[in-house]
Design a protein. Structure first.
Lengths: 383, 204
């Protein structure tokens, strides 16, 4: 057997998650309350003496606290945002203390549907409350207090993570200096909600779902979860990127007249779906999509996004990707317009890139330039 | 780009801008003007720019920049929301310069415009004697791959201002290096290579 290759020099290297327990009740938007909860966290880079260089990373639909580095030298893959976090990368761990967490309702170690409900002694399962972006931001603020960080240098996220960053700006305007929202939107489009509904129905109608009590029943709605993930992956790539990546040649060269995967894109989607069921929980997936659907910070302000932006004190960097049709540039530009009208300090770049929504996860050079250039200034302010 | 304190055209534009004001810079390039104005005159503002490398440069300088095609107009900006709207060397590349000028003076209390003067004697001579589309210091591109689709002369521009009832508050006509010489004052449309204007709506 060959020994594992050394970890790349521009990686944060081996990292260990930490658990933080909270015993002050957290009131949730749905009316329920979590009396105690745990957040699983990873931290990279040194906190400076005046504790001014901490940045918070908010994860997207299927992400978690493992944003960068490796848990073991034998890990096949690094954290989900390895492209952007590490020494010399845009979120430069030589300058920043990076905090990433698994959100409440998640399935990677923070309190969620797979945890034990202290009231019943049983797994929460479907009884775990439906949490919102605002709930997450409030729990993240508790984490900030526990870590002794007065103010984030920046709160950063892509997609659903970008929505959390925006909510931070509105909810705790004086607790962050910069807000970076990438491939985000002020709220989901109707079409996006429709995609989420199909994903949820795939899970909810899986015979193994058992009204969400599948773990108690020793079952797993893997088919539903796999379908939900396959649908998601279709929307994360542009038509052109899919064509480039997989083409439409038959793998065996001629039609097999069967329902086995014959096109590469079929194998890709099945692979992605299968990978997902091993690491993700169906009840969590349902909750993440609901958090997306409900997100609408303008709802409390008569639908006026300008008023939302007037609450924000942080300086903003917004980035979109030309081929992204799930969270299109037009959606980011709605945020830009509101920020301009509110007179906020804002910069916006629309990166010409190949993939689509997935581009926020990959090292597109122009993206890294803009992102890194902005954060270098943020780092200089911390010094 | 030189490391001199400020490019000469930007220095001239800066003279027109009062401290503590709000500026929108259309086609702001690498953000040099806005960075200079922020530092020297406590000016706040935004640049609009299309090119991604320039966007990066602006951001690295700490200049607020929005990626935007000037041909998409300024509908996002409220009337009178800026003290000055600047457009340096971009008038000739936009699809509808007259409309954009109107937009500039809607959004800004004052407008600052600079453009290459197509009436300069070298352009005239080149076309009259050579019979070819002029290529000069300020307009070096070939006719088929130039971005300059709406070239005008000093007199053309001033005629447009009269037609639209824009007041020319101040004017500077210079050579390509933005130096002023007596000849520019005497025969601006023949001797000037660059026209620079500070404009205002007569009837807001």
């Amino acid at each position: 057997m060959s020994s594992p290759s050394p970890l790349p020099a521009d990686s944060v290297g081996l990292v260990t998650p930490e658990d933080f327990a909270f015993d002050q009740p957290l009131a949730l938007e749905c009316g329920a309350q979590l009396n105690t909860y745990t957040l699983r966290v990873e931290r990279y880079g040194k906190l400076n003496p005046d504790r001014s260089n901490a940045v918070l990373i908010c994860h997207a639909l299927s992400g978690d606290h493992h944003a960068a580095g490796y848990h073991a030298p034998t890990d096949r893959k690094p954290g989900w945002w390895e492209a952007c976090i590490g020494p010399g990368k845009p979120i430069d761990t030589n300058h920043f203390h990076v905090v990433a967490l698994n959100n409440l309702g998640g399935c990677a170690g923070s309190t969620g549907p797979m945890s034990i409900n202290p009231a019943s002694g049983q797994i929460w399962g479907p009884d775990f409350p439906i949490v919102t972006v605002r709930d997450w931001v409030h729990s993240q603020n508790r984490l900030r207090e526990k870590l002794g960080i007065d103010q984030w240098a920046a709160v950063i996220g892509g997609s659903l993570g970008g929505m959390q960053a925006l909510q931070w700006g509105v909810e705790f305007p004086d607790k962050l200096r910069h807000l970076v929202a990438i491939a985000a939107a002020p709220r989901l489009s109707t079409q996006n909600i429709a995609f989420n509904e199909v994903a949820r129905q795939a899970i909810l109608t899986d015979p193994d779902f058992c009204d969400g009590h599948y773990r108690r029943e020793g079952r797993n709605p893997a088919r539903g979860l796999m379908l939900a993930r396959m649908l998601g992956h279709i929307t994360y790539l542009s038509d052109a990127a899919m064509a480039d990546k997989f083409g439409r040649e038959l793998i065996s060269g001629k039609p097999g007249f069967s329902f086995e995967p014959e096109f590469q894109v079929e194998s890709y989607l099945r692979y992605q779906g299968n990978q997902f069921i091993d690491r993700f929980d169906a009840n969590t997936y349902l909750r993440m999509t609901k958090a997306l659907d409900y997100f609408d910070p303008a709802r409390d302000f008569g639908g006026n996004l300008d008023t939302v932006m007037r609450k924000v004190r942080a300086k903003l960097l917004l980035i979109a990707f030309t081929r992204d049709w799930r969270f299109s540039p037009e959606r980011s530009e709605e945020l830009v317009r509101a920020a301009l009208r509110a007179g906020r300090d804002v910069s916006y770049a629309c990166i010409d890139s190949p993939l689509g929504h997935d581009d926020f996860l990959v090292p597109v050079p122009a993206y890294l330039d803009v992102f890194g250039g902005y954060l270098r200034r943020v780092a200089e302010e911390c010094a | 780009m030189s490391n001199t304190p400020l490019r000469s055209d930007l220095a001239m534009i800066s003279q027109w801008i009062k401290p503590g004001t709000r500026v929108l810079d259309l086609g702001c390039g690498d953000g040099l003007l806005l960075a200079h104005l922020a530092m020297s005159r406590d000016v706040r503002g935004y640049g609009l720019e299309l090119d991604t490398d320039n966007i990066s440069a602006c951001i690295t300088r700490g200049v607020n920049v929005i990626q935007r095609d000037l041909d998409d107009g300024l509908a996002d900006f409220d009337e009178g929301s800026f003290d000055y709207v600047v457009m340096s060397q971009a008038l000739q590349v936009v699809h509808a310069p007259h409309k954009l000028l109107g937009e500039m003076l809607r959004v800004g209390k004052m407008g600052i415009v600079t453009f290459p003067n197509f009436g300069h004697w070298s352009t005239r001579l080149s076309l009259a004697l050579g019979g070819r589309m002029p290529r000069t210091r300020t307009l070096p591109a070939q006719w088929y791959d130039t971005q300059n689709i709406h070239l005008c002369t000093i007199r053309d521009f001033e005629a447009l201002c009269r037609e639209k009832d824009y007041r020319i508050v101040d004017r500077a006509v210079t050579d390509a290096a933005h130096r002023q010489a007596p000849g520019h004052r005497l025969m601006p449309n023949l001797r000037g290579e660059v026209g620079m204007y500070l404009l205002q709506r007569n009837h807001p």
